[in-house]
Design a protein around this ligand. Structure first.
Ligand code: SF4
Ligand code: F3S
Length: 364
């Protein structure tokens, strides 16, 4: 991490940082290939990414934490591609991060103030957690200042802000009804600034690294959707890339945890999977070094990267009514029309239950 661990503040490129850590040229090229794939670019772009990472200085970054569970920081510290977490910390050149920096108290606050003053308009701000507005913002104070004051100053003077996790992007769980602290995400707290939202509970660290790599490679932030999320990571529904999709199309659904369909890896739609209404690249890049992801592990997606997921995606184990935009898939009730009558009856019964509780509207 930045000046607090002796790496930061001295400039240098990502390639130089990797060499100093003992990584080989092969490791570096592997990292560039992974980033190229995460950015959903053709493999040929790996050389362009490599060129940028060899030449351009690492951007300075400050990381603010407000109303959160520190899950995004955990995600950062668990990062291991290409091989170790230190690489990611070097890639991001973090100058301030309360949870992992060595400095504390006035010394820590001075690190933050120095970046804001000396690198105005040049540094990246990362925000984790929501910002409470109720009662003058008293529900979250750091160093005697409210989160509202801090985020306005730090993000207002940054080149751009990356809101990591659903809380920083849209308020998340602290903003769930009845939202006792008046929590909001960064875009709402500081209107008019440049914000890249990387929602998820938590965000996937490869997406923040790729966002920074995109900035270094192309000199611009990635294209965003209307919810402020990079298209490379949130441009496709979970359902569109899901490894269980063939089972959905064939009408093969898990009906009960541990049943034969569950053991066979069938579709989790009937068990409440929100993949048809959730936009995220989880099936493609996965978690824990690409080992697995929620649906791969046998549990439905709960829609953690969508705004207000805690209010709108619950109950998590209730089947979606009729996912929008299904097109040729028609309705889920018509999927697998040739199945045995008992199967069709069970689906219709679910549908009637949903009609009684009302439908949901797609966010995007
Ligand atoms: Fe995958 Fe869920 Fe879609 Fe089934 S409903 S194909 S488990 S995303
Ligand atoms: Fe979240 Fe669904 Fe991915 S629950 S981690 S968006 S699979």
């Amino acid at each position: 991490m930045g000046s607090s661990n002796g790496n930061g503040g001295e400039g240098g490129t990502i390639y130089e940082a990797m060499r100093l850590k003992g990584f080989s040229r092969r490791d570096f090229m592997k990292f560039c290939s992974i980033m190229t794939a995460t950015l959903a670019l053709p493999p040929a772009f790996a050389s362009k990414v490599a060129e940028a990472l060899e030449k351009k200085a690492k951007p300075t970054l400050v990381w603010l934490e407000f109303q959160d569970c520190a899950g995004n920081t955990e995600s950062l510290l668990r990062a291991s591609k290409p091989t170790v977490k230190e690489l990611v910390l070097d890639v991001l050149n973090i100058e301030y991060h309360e949870t992992i920096m060595a400095a504390a108290g006035h010394q820590a606050e001075k690190s933050l103030a120095d970046v804001v003053k000396n690198q105005k308009g040049k540094y990246l701000a990362v925000v984790e957690g929501s910002i409470p507005f109720k009662d003058g913002g008293v529900y979250c104070c750091i160093g005697g200042r409210t989160a509202v004051d801090i985020v306005k100053e730090v993000c207002g003077n940054a080149l751009a802000t990356i809101a990591v996790g659903t809380c920083a992007a849209y308020g998340g769980i602290p903003a769930a009804a009845p939202n006792p602290t008046g929590a909001v995400g960064v875009s709402e707290a500081v209107p008019g600034i440049t914000v890249v939202n990387l929602p998820g509970c938590p965000m996937n660290v490869e997406n923040i690294t790729a966002t920074v790599v995109h900035y270094l490679t192309f000199g611009s932030l990635p294209l965003l959707d209307k919810l402020g999320r990079p298209l490379f990571a949130y441009g496709k529904r979970i359902h569109d890339n899901c490894e269980r999709r063939a089972h959905f199309d064939a009408g093969q659904f898990v009906r009960q945890w541990g049943d034969e369909g569950h053991r066979q890896g069938w579709c989790l739609y009937e068990m409440g999977c929100k993949g048809p209404e959730t936009f995220h690249n989880c099936p493609r890049i996965k978690w824990n070094e690409g080992v697995n992801w929620p649906v791969g592990a046998g549990h439905g997606c709960v829609g953690c990267s969508e705004p207000a997921f805690w209010d709108k995606m619950t109950p998590f184990y209730r089947r979606l009514p009729q996912p929008p935009g299904f097109g040729i898939e028609k309705t889920a009730d018509k999927v697998g029309a040739g199945l045995a009558a008992i199967t069709g009856a069970a689906i219709v019964a679910h549908g009637i239950g949903r009609l009684a509780t009302g439908g949901r509207k797609q966010e995007d």
